[in-house]
Design a binder for this molecule. Structure first.
Ligand code: SAH
Ligand code: F3S
Length: 444
């Protein structure tokens, strides 16, 4: 068999796309290797969400160039969002590259690799598909890949929200959902292969099923249907947009035991003017009201969010509103970013009076506050028993296993290796909290 080396940058959607390429290539005679220098085909699945991600990929591309010089038959390809954004320009910058493929080209990976081999010229493919829905037929059939105890399932691709700062609508195209039956079939297959937890994935999962399907299926209905699949023990989803987050979804948390008590709900800013400028289409008060309703319905809800600091024109007091909101909601975890101008997005043309040094200082303050909140939230688990889905053995000294509790905290714990294995649900008494990680002792 030939060997393919795959590397992934960016979000879970990219991880899922890389897995898809691995599967398709496996059926055409490629086996995955962890060593780039042994590979006949190298594919780097790229991200362009912020400038830093982009720079990392260009520097990796330069590092891979010598491999092409040693082995002229090597096919070197870049897939994903940066490939989509740059298209032909990527080749101009990196002329030694053979393949540039946007996210919608992933399903054609085998044909595109063959095209490079046959024609011996670089191939660029950045058109979006024209289907009304999103299909991953190969994932409902027999697959050779063994899922982990927790596994991701794409339900919708693309994004129609067009937040002013975000490149995703340009790199991943319009929202398209998969038919419920296809998703159910995939989940059943994954469960039969050992998966215990499924994370439903999309840029905006709450927009699921609105258009393009044989019959519209709202997101909460999908949750009820997936939750009824036997053998599945936990269900999660990410990411939600506050504007589309419905009351029915809150009811689903109450009704469905396997829908775990965790929600990742990006807020971006705690200031109404900035939210409006970002075109987030909701206010701070509306966000707080969703969270309050959710916390009333499900008291031990774990919450996480995304935050951008230093959006063009953000004043000191507008920034401080974000800190106030973080304190109020008490997120377990935040993914915090300094605003980075992106090609094609409206915000890149907005006058930006916030100097880089101020953005960095704001980011630092946000990180410090989140550290404190995380510690406070983590300490609440000390002495309590939590259910942990075991994902793997632990690499940490003094711990045997690692997994996650319902609220999505990483848990390292001691336990009997003769009795516990990945995929088991284990009761763990928490003894210590540090950073985002809890430590404890497994009690069967
Ligand atoms: N709904 C998506 C969001 C994708 S981007 C999801 O599935 O996660 C992830 C996060 O990156 C956003 O929520 C936002 O906080 C951040 N982000 C996006 N564009 C950015 C930019 N131009 N600068 C800084 N952060 C950005
Ligand atoms: Fe980006 Fe906003 Fe969609 S952050 S992915 S445009 S919801």
């Amino acid at each position: 068999m030939k060997q393919v080396y795959l590397d992934t940058f960016g979000c879970q959607m990219n991880v899922a796309d890389t897995d898809r390429m691995e599967l398709l290539l496996f059926h055409s005679g490629y086996i995955r290797t962890g060593e780039a220098q042994d590979a006949d085909l190298i594919l780097i699945n790229t991200c362009s969400i912020r400038d830093k991600a982009e720079q990392k990929i260009y520097s990796l591309a330069r590092n891979l160039k010598p491999l092409k010089e040693v082995n002229p038959d090597l096919i070197l390809g870049f897939t994903g969002c940066l490939a989509q954004q740059e298209g032909e320009q990527f080749l101009e910058k990196m002329p030694f590259v053979d393949l540039v493929i946007g996210p919608d080209g992933v399903e054609h990976i085998v044909r595109l690799v063959d095209e490079v081999k046959e024609k011996n010229v670089p191939v660029v493919r950045t058109q979006f598909d024209t289907d009304t829905n999103y299909k991953i037929p190969e994932l409902s059939g027999e697959t050779p890949l063994k899922p982990g105890s927790t596994t991701f399932v794409n339900i919708i691709k693309g994004c129609d929200k067009y937040c002013t700062f975000c490149v995703v609508p340009f790199t991943r195209g319009r929202e398209k959902s998969r038919e419920v039956e296809e998703i159910e079939q995939e989940v059943r297959l994954l469960v039969s292969r050992g998966a215990r937890e499924v994370v439903l994935l999309g840029q905006n999962v709450n927009a699921y099923g609105k258009r393009g399907l044989k019959r519209p299926v709202p997101f909460h209905e999908l949750l009820y249907r997936i939750a009824s699949i036997s053998g599945l023990e936990r269900l999660r989803f990410t990411t939600s947009h506050p504007k589309d987050f419905t009351r029915e979804c809150i009811s689903a948390y109450q009704d469905l035991d396997i829908l775990v008590n965790h929600l990742h709900l990006p807020v971006q800013s705690g200031n109404n003017r900035i939210l409006k400028e970002m075109r987030r289409m909701h206010t701070v008060e509306e966000y707080i009201s969703i969270i309050e309703e959710l916390k009333t319905a499900v008291p031990d809800m774990g919450l996480s969010t995304d935050i951008i600091v230093g959006y063009p024109g953000e004043s000191e007091s507008e920034f401080e509103d974000t800190l106030v909101l973080m304190e109020k909601i008490k997120f377990n975890n935040s993914y915090m970013f300094s605003y980075s101008p992106r090609p094609n997005t409206p915000a890149q043309d907005f006058p930006d009076s916030v100097p880089q040094s101020v953005k960095s200082a704001r980011l630092q303050r946000t990180i410090e506050l989140q550290k404190k909140l995380t510690l406070e939230q983590g300490e609440k688990f000390i002495g309590k028993e939590v259910d942990v889905l075991v994902e793997s053995e632990s690499f940490k000294s003094g711990a045997d296993f690692r997994g996650r509790n319902a609220q999505y905290w990483s848990v390292n714990f001691t336990g009997d290796k003769r009795q516990i294995s990945p995929g088991d649900m284990v009761k763990v008494v928490v003894e210590e909290a540090s950073g985002h990680v809890l430590r404890g002792r497994g009690v069967l």
